[in-house]
Design a protein around this ligand. Sequence first.
Ligand SMILES: NC(=O)c1ccc[n+]([C@@H]2O[C@H](COP(=O)([O-])OP(=O)(O)OC[C@H]3O[C@@H](n4cnc5c(N)ncnc54)[C@H](O)[C@@H]3O)[C@@H](O)[C@H]2O)c1
Length: 261
Amino acid sequence: MPKGHSQTSCAARFTDKVAVVTAAAGGIGGASALRFAQEGAKVVIAMDVNPAVKRMAGPIQDAGSQAACIEIDCTDERAVEVAFEQVLSHFGSVDVLVNGVGGGGGGRNTEFVESVPDTWRRIVDVTLLSTMLCTRRVVGGMRERRYGKIVNIASSIALVPTVKMVEYASAKAGVIGFTRSLAMELAPFGVNVNAVSPGPIKTAAMDSLPPDLIARSVNAVPMGRIGLPEEIASAVAFLASDEAAYVTGQNLAVNGGRALN
Ligand SMILES: NC(=O)c1ccc[n+]([C@@H]2O[C@H](COP(=O)([O-])OP(=O)(O)OC[C@H]3O[C@@H](n4cnc5c(N)ncnc54)[C@H](O)[C@@H]3O)[C@@H](O)[C@H]2O)c1
């Protein structure tokens, strides 16, 4: 078995591990942060621009982990640097990073013929730059320790073209490209980098979309239903665990079969 990997029961896949989850005040990030705590993580660090992230401390601690909740804009280079310096000085190292921050324009999306550079900058910053900035702060330590798990939240929209989603699809396709290329660089160091591409999932981001867009997304899902944040957290936890030690550079679509049609 590779260094640092051991066969453990499913319920304790993250014993002694320090996990950072961004977008942790939200549906998918929150469910993922909680899953790490439920599966024995020593520390779960929840980051989000929304001050409501502080509310994650209670559930994380109730599940038995130490919690740190950091209010931070993950597109702010300096803020990310400072936050990760604090995390590393407090907890020593980061074993797992889940890059959950991303966004697609909140239903104000247009067809490309009306697309403007400001929208691109905003969506690419939130979706791709945030992922780059947070990952950049942990890769050095992971390489040195020859251990680390990075899971990036992409989207099925990067796989299945959708009208009025050009900016978001491009940024999420960037997340998948980032995942694959970084996986190649980090494989010799025993660091796994993977992505999860959710289909339509019941979160505030989904609830904010116009009803016709939600109906269209659900109708396109062969399983005929919207997914739950916990179903994404299951995939995230698998890829962040040692059960997936030999999986890297992959994009796991969790979307009720959306990419099949
Ligand atoms: N819900 C879906 O159907 C769906 C589908 C595919 C992909 N995704 C992706 O899943 C991820 C999580 O989204 P969600 O559905 O849980 O949405 P959500 O709205 O429940 O959560 C998103 C969280 O991200 C935070 N956030 C936004 N910008 C930030 C920034 N700059 N810095 C720090 N935090 C920031 C928000 O405050 C919010 O708490 C996103 O990357 C999204 O693109 C969601």
